[in-house]
Design a protein around this ligand. Sequence first.
Ligand code: F3S
Length: 284
Amino acid sequence: MEVTVAKTAGFCFGVKRAVDMVYDQVKKNQNKQIYTYGPIIHNAEVVKDMQSKGVQVIHSEEELRGISDGVVIIRSHGLPRRIHDILDEKGMVCVDATCPFVKKIHIIVQKESDKGRHIVIIGDDTHPEVEGIKGWANGPVTVIQSAEDAKKFPSNYEKGLCIVSQTTFHYKKFKELVEIISKKRYDIIVLNTICNATKERQVEAKSISEDVEAMIVIGDKHSSNTQKLFEICKKACKDTYYIQTLDDLDLNQLGSVETVGITAGASTPNNIIEEVQSNVRINF
Ligand code: F3S
């Protein structure tokens, strides 16, 4: 049995930075309540560990309004500007763990919508990162996720457009959607804001899954970048399994394969990857 673990598997720069910031605040502020606005990253295991150290998750604006003391850490996916404004109004200590690559998109969106451009976000409208990006526009915003959405986008729009992407979006699909929109002849700026960490993981996952008989993708079910890794691997290797932790892995499913590949989303902690990889190695 040959096991290949992707070199890019696990925490990306932005996730590591956000997780470190939470543990750092826990250490520095033993007498204060530490909150994260929304789960700090899309990984239930990490969030559970933080909760065991007293960190509480704020789930809504209403909940935030009811809090008057403590430290609020902004999640790696970022938040709409109105939440930052509430934190300012309340004078609460705010630690911004928004990934700098996401922050960059907030700045672009704010600047270009101030200039009067209509903002188009290529991404998933229900994802918290997109929710946050939308909240930095001072004018019209449209989220486009599919070719259908792009075709439906009005062609008689008078304003110029600024197109950005959710950081975890698939590059080929981004290009395809931009092409559909561009044919409608707008004054248009296109900024490819897809994060390299995502692309690197996708390229490596594709290449490993093409060479193995079975592939294991580890990550939280809500992690968009893990879901995309799964889709990519599944296309190349039909025996691809999506697991959150070792408990979800049925080693019997792997049957008599001789080569297994392992990759993990950008919010999957190393200890989970290690555990899965050593179990696969021991059992075969
Ligand atoms: Fe940031 Fe890219 Fe990770 S946007 S959170 S470094 S996937």
